[in-house]
Ligand binder design. Structure first.
Ligand code: F6P
Ligand code: MN
Length: 330
């Protein structure tokens, strides 16, 4: 089996970018260890702090954020970083070529129940001149690399450098990531959906109709029965979509009119959208491709509908958009 280093070489990824990816991969191995020690290391539970988004930070949110920051500071080629757990963007190295956005521990509410969590990251090109929040506000198609590491029964990494999506599995004996799927291919059709159904009454009308018709199964207009899954960690739900297809949604809702969306664009939706598109799937807000959004703020949130191409199209058709005649992207 090929190692991560061998695959990046085969893909002719430039050395500086390869080194950064390998640095992130190494850091994720350390995070995997920290996560695995759980209660034994006293890392479970919450801190008394809140992040900029008003969410209570878990101890492991803070620990993993510091681990990634330290790793990126040690890497000479990072111009700046932005994290879910940092209020402002952080300057790293004036000579750096890359910007890194990350969610250090996605799904961290799963930590205390020993369930799936992961790290999501996105690498963008750095711009000349002073580093400000605006330097990061590039659309998702500018991403040079996107990936996540899932800390599950095995530690796995999904990665794209724009040449398809690959899956790697961490060999616990050698502590090396090995290529276990060289070209992820999300099935076009699916009979599995993922959405937090408790928000149903808060969704917009098109989503209400789409889900209610889907729930009617083989006696409804879709003439097909669906199964439902919800891991409550985007990284886990997207991983399932990459492995066996499906549609994952966190749509617009009016539960809190000041916060109509939940997931963050720069370090959740954009990297996942690129991984999904590179694997032959689709990623939309309901009204346009996630990767085409012109970002306005580093912590901005968006609606997310992603996964199996034909099912995303089916959902979009309820929103008045019919993309089914577009050519396949991957
Ligand atoms: O990071 C936000 C997040 O934890 C995602 O990982 C996950 O998909 C979602 O929120 C879970 O939301 P809810 O708490 O509504 O189930
Ligand atoms: Mn998250």
């Amino acid at each position: 089996m090929q190692t991560l280093t061998q695959t990046l070489t085969k893909q002719a990824v430039p050395d500086s970018l390869s080194q950064l990816i390998l640095r992130l991969a190494d850091c994720s191995k350390d995070i995997s260890q920290a996560v695995r020690h759980g209660a034994l290391a006293g890392v479970l539970g919450a801190t008394e702090q809140e992040n900029v988004q008003g969410e209570t930070q878990k101890k492991l949110d803070v620990i993993t954020n510091d681990m990634l920051k330290d790793a990126l500071k040690a890497e000479g080629n990072v111009r700046g970083l932005a994290s879910e757990e940092e209020d402002y963007v952080v300057e790293v190295n004036k000579q750096g070529e890359f910007l890194v956005c990350f969610d250090p521990l996605d799904g961290s509410s799963n930590i205390d129940i020993n369930s799936l969590v992961g790290t999501i990251f996105s690498i963008l090109p750095a711009q000349d001149g002073e580093l400000t929040e605006a330097s990061f506000l590039q659309n998702g198609r500018q991403q040079l690399t996107a990936g996540y590491v899932l800390y599950g029964p095995s530690t796995m990494m999904a990665l794209t450098t724009g040449q398809g999506t690959q899956l790697y599995t961490l060999n616990p004996d050698t502590n090396e990531f090995l290529l276990t799927d060289e070209a992820v291919n999300i099935s076009k059709d699916t009979a599995e959906f993922a959405i937090n159904m408790s928000n149903q009454r808060f969704w917009e009308a098109p989503m209400q109709t789409y889900i209610s018709e889907l729930l009617l199964g083989n006696i409804g207009p879709r003439e097909k029965s669906f199964n439902m899954r919800w891991i409550a960690a985007m990284v886990g739900d997207v991983h399932r979509v990459l492995c066996r297809g499906g549609i994952f949604m966190y749509p617009t809702d009016n539960k809190n009119p000041e916060k109509p969306y939940k997931l963050r664009l720069m370090y959740e939706a954009n990297p996942m959208a690129l991984l999904v598109e590179q694997a032959g799937g689709k990623a939309s807000t309901g009204y346009g491709d996630i990767l085409d959004i012109a970002p306005e703020e580093i912590h901005q949130r968006v609606a997310v509908i992603l996964g199996s191409a034909n099912e995303v199209d089916a959902c979009l058709s309820y929103h008045g958009l019919d993309y089914s005649n577009e050519p396949d992207i991957a």
